[in-house]
Design a protein around this ligand. Structure first.
Ligand code: NAP
Ligand code: MG
Length: 475
C-alpha cells in the first residue's frame, strides 16, 4: 500500500504517511475498500484519507495475531526485550518527526508532543527491561509434590485508544503486551491514527515478527465493537470515556475477557496557603492547560485555601496574570504553549460548558472565548468561587477550563475533593510535608502529586478509583 506525502504547516517539511491497516507487518487496504478523512484541528483541513477497518479486517488481524502468538509466546524474554529496545532506538532517531505528526493530527503544542514522545521511548525501554524479570513462586506443599506458579501470557489482546495521547496510549498498550509474550490488535481513535500508523513502519524495521502488532483504524461502533466481541481476543485494554468504558465492560463480559479501563476524571488540585506560590501557579497551569486540558487526570477542580481573604485574592490575581501570558495558537509557531482542541465535537462541548457557566452566572476569572474562526482554539478559562454542586465542578469537560473553589478547613477540603464520581489524579501544594502526606492518604485518587502535577514515570503505576477505571498501567 502506498503512503501519502504530508506537509507540516509553517515549517513546510514533508514526510511520507502510511495510510493502510497494519496487519502482518504490511500496510493493507480495508476489505470493504472504505476510507475515512483525517483532518487537522489546526485549520480543519484534510491531512489524508486512511483505510477504515471493520469486522472483516479485525478477523484477519486476529488470525495474524493468533498465528504469531504461537511463536512469540516462546520467544526468549531477552530477545523480546531486544526488539522493544530496538523500537525505542528507532523512535529516538525519529523523535522530532513523531512529535510533529502528533501535533499536526491532534493539534497539541509541540512541547506537549515532545513530552509524549519522550515518555513513549522511555516506556518502551522500561518494558524491554521488564521482559526477563517476570517470575513466579515455589510453594511449599508437602514432600510428595513440587508446586510452583508461572506467569503466562493470555494470547491475543485488544486495545482501543483515545485521541488525546495517541502515541502514548499506543505505547502503554503495546509495550506491556509484547513484554509479557502477548500479541495485540490496536484500534486508535478515528480522529488521530497517524502517529500510530507511522510507528508501525518502525515496528517492522525493528524486526518485530509479523502479526505480533496489528493496528486497525476504524470506527468505534464498527471496528472497536468487533474487537470487544471477538471470542479469540482474551483481554481488552481501553482508554477513553467512562460512558464507552461501561460498554466495553458489558461487551467483554460475554466472553469473560479481562479488562483494563482508564476512563475519565475530574481531579482536585489543592492549594494550601503555605505553598510556594510561583511554583504552585506553574503546577496549576500544567494541571489544567497542558495538552489543552485534554488529559484524563487534568487538575480541573482547583481548591484554594481561603482562610486569609487577602492572600486568596492575591493568589487568584497572580494566577490570572500568569495564565493570560500563555501563548495559544498553531503548534508549529514558536513559543506556543497551548494548541488546538482535537475534535470538532470536543471543541463544541467545551464551548457549551462555558456557555452553561455564563448562563448560570458563574464568576469568570479569565478566558471564556474561542480564538480565531478557523481551527479549534479556546482561551485558557477559569471560573472562580464555583459551587461544589455545579455542573462545571462535577462533570468532566476535557478542555482548558478550570473551576476554583475556596476552602476553609482541611476536613471540608477532603469532603469536597472526594465528592466526585471519579478518582484518577490529584495534587497537593504545601511546604508542610506532613500535611501533604496526611491529606494524600485521605484522597480517593489513583495518583497524588505533591508540589508537581501531570508528572509521569514509567515505573510509577497509573490508574483510577471509582468511575475512573479498573487496573493500573505502567509500573
Ligand atoms: P470515546 O468515545 O470513549 O472514544 C475512545 C475510543 O473508543 C476511540 O477509539 C473510539 O473510537 C472508541 N469507541 C467509541 N465507541 C465505541 C464502542 N461502542 N465500542 C468500542 N469502541 C468504541 O471518547 P471520545 O469520543 O474520543 O471522547 C469523549 C469523551 O471521553 C471526552 O469528552 C472525554 O471526557 C473522554 N475522554 C477521556 C479520555 C481519557 O484519557 N480518559 C480520552 C479521550 C476522551 P472512535 O474514535 O472511532 O470513535
Ligand atoms: Mg486529526
Amino acid at each position: 500500500m502506498s503512503a501519502t506525502s504530508v506537509t507540516f504547516p509553517i515549517i513546510n517539511e514533508t514526510y511520507q504517511q502510511p495510510t493502510g491497516l497494519f496487519i502482518n507487518n504490511e500496510f493493507v487496504s480495508a476489505k470493504s475498500g472504505k476510507t475515512f478523512d483525517v483532518n487537522t484541528p489546526i485549520d480543519e483541513s484534510l491531512i489524508c484519507k486512511v483505510q477504515q477497518a471493520d469486522a472483516e479486517d479485525v478477523e484477519i488481524a486476529v488470525q495474524a495475531a493468533s498465528k504469531a502468538y504461537k511463536t512469540w509466546r516462546f520467544t526468549p524474554p531477552n530477545e523480546r526485550g531486544r526488539y522493544l529496545n530496538k523500537l525505542a532506538d528507532l523512535m529516538d532517531e525519529k523523535r522530532d518527526l513523531l512529535a510533529k505528526i502528533e501535533s499536526l493530527d491532534n493539534g497539541k503544542a509541540l512541547h506537549c508532543a515532545k513530552f509524549d514522545v519522550n515518555l513513549v521511548i522511555e516506556y518502551f525501554r522500561y518494558c524491554a527491561g521488564y521482559c526477563d524479570k517476570i517470575d513466579g513462586r515455589t510453594i511449599t506443599t508437602d514432600v510428595e509434590h513440587f508446586t510452583y506458579t508461572r506467569k503466562e501470557p493470555l494470547g491475543v489482546c485488544g486495545a482501543i485508544t483515545p485521541w488525546n495521547f495517541p502515541l502514548l496510549m499506543f505505547a502503554w498498550k503495546i509495550g506491556p503486551a509484547l513484554a509479557t509474550g502477548n500479541t495485540i490488535i490496536l484500534k486508535p481513535a478515528s480522529a488521530t491514527p497517524l502517529s500510530n500508523l507511522f510507528t508501525c513502519t518502525l515496528i517492522k524495521e525493528a524486526g518485530i515478527p509479523a502479526g505480533v502488532v496489528n493496528v486497525v483504524p476504524g470506527s468505534g461502533r464498527g471496528c472497536g465493537n468487533s474487537i470487544l466481541q471477538h471470542p479469540k481476543i482474551k483481554k481488552v485494554a481501553f482508554t477513553g470515556s467512562t460512558e464507552v468504558g461501561k460498554t466495553v465492560m458489558k461487551e467483554c463480559a460475554n466472553s469473560i475477557k479481562k479488562v483494563t479501563l482508564e476512563l475519565g476524571g475530574k481531579s482536585p488540585n489543592i492549594v494550601f496557603k503555605d505553598c510556594n506560590v510561583e511554583q504552585t501557579i506553574q503546577n496549576l497551569i500544567t494541571g489544567i492547560f497542558f495538552n489543552g486540558g485534554e488529559v484524563c487526570c487534568a487538575g480541573s477542580r482547583i481548591y484554594i485555601e481561603a482562610t486569609d481573604e487577602k492572600w486568596y485574592t492575591e493568589f487568584l490575581t497572580k494566577f490570572k496574570e500568569t495564565v493570560e501570558k500563555l501563548k495559544i495558537g498553531n503548534p508549529f509557531e514558536e513559543g506556543v504553549f497551548q494548541g488546538a482542541q482535537t475534535t470538532p465535537d470536543q471543541f463544541q462541548t467545551v464551548l457549551d460548558y462555558i456557555t452553561a457557566a455564563n448562563e448560570s452566572s458563574l464568576k469568570l476569572l479569565t478566558g471564556g472565548k474561542r480564538i480565531g474562526n478557523k481551527g479549534y482554539f479556546v482561551e485558557p478559562t477559569i471560573f472562580y468561587d464555583v459551587p461544589q454542586n455545579s455542573k462545571l465542578t462535577q462533570e468532566e469537560i476535557f478542555g482548558p477550563v478550570a473551576v476554583v473553589l475556596p476552602f476553609k478547613s482541611t476536613e471540608e477540603l477532603i469532603e469536597k475533593a472526594n465528592d466526585s464520581d471519579f478518582g484518577l489524579g490529584s495534587g497537593i501544594h504545601t511546604e508542610d510535608f506532613n500535611k501533604a502526606i496526611w491529606v494524600s492518604e485521605r484522597l480517593e485518587a489513583g495518583s497524588v502529586w505533591i508540589n508537581t502535577y501531570n508528572d509521569f514515570h514509567p515505573a510509577a503505576p497509573f490508574g483510577g478509583y471509582k468511575e475512573s477505571g479498573i487496573g493500573r498501567e505502567m509500573g
